[in-house]
Design a protein around this ligand. Structure first.
Ligand SMILES: [Ca+2]
Length: 738
């Protein structure tokens, strides 16, 4: 993997951020000088009416302006770099008037007041847009002009339009500086938890009802080879958020732990990692996260919130800082570190039994120790018990909580109403930010166990509780998409749906399967190499800009979403670190035949289990496995009784020579190739091995976030409403950020 992000043109960091919030048709024909070189003027600003908010000013300035880039000949805005610019047809854009909301970028951006702006490229398009606003909203700001610009010929426009001309020039110039080629759509990312790729109708399921997600696929682009960077929640999401493999941020397995275990641990997404939310926030987006986080909360104190979403580029958060687990449900068996818990309980019972024996022997005069010694030893046993029971005895209270921004609002959560709260929050966020642009990451709690499902959906599916939960999730997605449409945002919203990894095969009770179905693919959650652990749904919709109903079979990664949304927002991916994702914009749009990924590397924890090679010349897709998990029982296809399959040690089989499959002919990885059956066997293994070596050269050590000291529950880090340890609240005030 290379450094940086090819395909996105580097540009200078913006000194100012002017937020473009509305669209209006231009009533005035452009000047010849502009039509000669349309790309030289404000990219992405065609016919928009912009809202400019100056720090320290007492109002807003609304300016209609004009440019020609990013407009297709049919009149609809086109994607960055897509073909020649054309003309604006009647009705190509629709009004989307803004109200006076300060963008976060503007709040933080003072330097733009000193920028120099030219007026020679400005074009006044008339006052038609302004007429729709109260004149008292206008600030006739006077930006400082350079000497050169002061000598520019004066406009022949009426005198009272002079300030307007200046500000149009300011805006046009700024657009050149900030967002060449960016359309800044609203961005709605929806991620399911533990959903199998085979659970959706649009991916071949004929027994579960998922009409809303299926419709999303019909109206957009569906990826059939969309791959999670890791097969578990925390590392997969870390990679998704940063566009980098999780081991680059230390968010991978260590000391046997493969995901964060507590809200009260000190591990989490490091502060020096850059999420797409951070970049979009800097690009003027409102950035919201609703649902699951699972990237840590605190480092050193209960309120430092160093790993919190609000410290990673989101300006609004409502949801679980942790994740749903069986422990959240009073009637379910324990899940968090259940094996350790069972072991500690066993040790405690043995120690207690020993103490009772000593005390009885003393009472009977069989041994000669003092009662003081017996009492002291009993105290130590109690301390041992208390030290682990303080955490494991109250998992529900410590982990199953809801937060709004920095405040704990429910502790423990009331599961029955969580789904409706999440939906209400998502819809409310869309309505609050409909003047956009906004990024909303809806990180669904569905369909992770314990599969909390409302009574309306219970018993309605053909696949038990899991199926009920999937159908409820689809309904939730439908409601969110309805909110987008009802607010008139469907055509200006880039929508994405995926799952963080494959379905959880080992999740089952005595009666039924509680985990997802991964279709024809082998393996599931926890397995970094087999397709079933990492191949997930990938659906993108942007009406008019992405072809409806298109299906793409190219290998893509969840990490690709990072550079994709950054590009759409007009931002720049970080240049000081390795970014593993590649922008999907050309592929989704149809401008590129192939994805940029020639090789993809599939990790289980910190161990490379497999690598994929897409030989674009021959069209053949190879996959080499260096390690595979040992199923339990053998041949079962999963590690039943173990939660998820291990990544290393006795739990895996090393393959030397490696296993080779040709996914393009054998997507189920059922028939390993041999030198006898595949003449290219040695050449393919050698080529992939070379790519692995090159990939390893990009790795560098970072502090492990899942080390034992970071994973352990620490009472002083536990988010708490009320006075610790009596943390409890159920009242969720109807507070809304405006
Ligand atoms: Ca998950």
């Amino acid at each position: 993997m290379g450094r940086g992000q090819p395909g996105i043109r580097p540009r200078a960091a913006p000194k100012a951020r002017l937020r473009t919030v509305g669209y209006a048709r231009s009533p005035v024909r452009p000047r010849p000088s502009q039509t000669r070189s349309p790309a030289s003027v404000c990219s992405g600003c065609l016919g928009k009416t912009a809202l400019l908010d100056l720090p320290g000013a007492s109002g807003v300035l609304l300016i209609p302006h004009l440019s020609f880039s990013n407009v297709s000949r049919s009149g609809a805005p086109s994607l960055p770099g897509a073909g020649a610019p054309g003309h604006l047809a009647e009705g190509a854009v629709r009004p989307r008037w803004a109200s006076g909301r300060l963008t976060q970028a503007l709040k933080a951006s003072a330097p733009h007041r000193t920028l120099r702006f030219g007026v020679n490229s400005a074009k006044v398009v008339g006052r038609r847009g302004l007429d729709q606003f109260s004149q008292r909203n206008l600030i006739l700001a006077k930006p400082r002009l350079s000497q050169r610009n002061r000598k520019q010929p004066r406009s022949r426009l009426p005198r009272d339009c002079g300030p307007l001309v200046l500000m149009v020039g300011l805006l046009l110039r700024t657009c050149e500086l900030t967002a060449a080629g960016a359309l800044q759509p609203n961005i709605l990312l929806i991620m399911a938890d533990d959903l199998g790729i085979g659970d959706l109708g649009c991916y071949g399921n004929s027994t579960l009802r998922t009409p809303h997600i299926d419709r999303l696929a019909e109206e957009g682009v569906r990826l059939t080879q969309h791959l999670a960077a890791a097969p578990l929640c925390t590392p997969s999401r870390a990679a998704f958020l940063t566009g980098r493999h999780s081991f680059r941020s230390g968010m991978d397995a260590s000391d046997g732990y493969r995901a964060l275990q507590w809200n009260g641990g000190s591990g989490g997404l490091p502060e020096n990692e850059t999420t797409f939310a951070r970049i979009l926030q800097q690009q003027g987006y409102a950035t919201g996260l609703i649902g699951k986080w699972h990237q840590g909360v605190n480092c050193e104190s209960r309120v430092d919130h160093c790993h919190h979403p609000l410290n990673h580029g989101f300006d609004y958060f409502y949801g679980m800082p942790f994740t749903l687990v069986n422990d959240c449900h009073p009637d379910r068996p324990p899940e968090v570190d259940a094996a350790t818990r069972a072991k500690l309980w066993r040790y405690t019972q043995m120690l207690a039994l020993g103490m009772l024996t000593v005390a009885a022997s003393k009472a009977c005069g069989l041994i000669s120790v003092s009662w003081k010694a017996v009492t002291g030893a009993a105290g130590l046993v109690f301390l041992f018990f208390a030290s682990w029971y303080a955490s494991f005895g109250f998992v529900r209270r410590w982990n199953c909580i809801l937060m709004r921004n920095h405040d704990v609002t429910e502790q423990p959560m009331v599961l029955e109403r969580t789904a409706s709260l999440m939906l209400k929050e998502a819809v409310s966020y869309i309505e609050r930010n409909k003047h956009g642009p906004f990024l909303l990451f809806v990180s669904l709690l569905h369909v992770h166990i314990p599969l909390v499902t409302t009574k309306e959906f219970l018993g309605e599916s053909q696949h038990g509780l899991y199926g009920d939960n999937v159908e409820e999730m689809d309904w939730l997605v439908g409601e969110i998409l309805n909110a987008v449409e009802e607010n008139g945002l469907k055509n200006t919203t880039f929508t994405y749906f995926t799952s963080d990894h494959g379905g959880h095969l080992e999740a089952r009770d005595e009666h039924s399967q509680l985990g997802g179905w991964n279709g024809i693919y082998r393996g599931g959650k926890g397995m970094g190499g087999w397709e079933g652990g990492i191949r997930v749904p990938g659906i993108f919709r942007w009406p008019g800009l992405l072809p409806a109903g298109r299906v793409i079979h190219e290998p893509t990664s969840l990490m690709d979403v990072f550079p994709t949304v950054v590009q759409l927002a007009g931002g720049q991916v970080p240049q000081d670190r390795v970014i593993d994702g590649r922008s999907l914009v050309p592929l989704l749009q149809g401008a590129a035949e192939h994805s940029e990924h020639e090789f993809l590397f599939h990790y289980c924890g910190k161990h490379l289990h497999a690598a994929r090679w897409h030989d674009k010349d021959s069209g053949r897709l190879w996959k080499v496995h260096y390690m595979t998990p040992r199923f339990h029982p053998e041949g079962a296809g999963a590690c039943y009784g173990q939660g998820v399959c291990p990544c290393s040690g006795e739990g895996v089989t090393q393959h030397n020579p490696p296993l080779l499959f040709e996914l393009s002919r054998d997507p189920s990885e059922a028939r390993p190739l041999t030198p006898g059956s595949e003449p290219l066997y040695h050449a393919v293994v050698a080529r992939v091995g070379q790519a692995v070596e090159e990939h390893r050269e990009t790795l560098s050590p970072v502090p492990p976030q899942f080390s034992l000291s970071n994973i352990l529950w620490k009472p002083w880090l536990q988010p708490c409403c009320g006075i610790f340890p009596f943390c409890s609240c159920t009242q969720d005030e109807d507070h809304r950020e405006t």
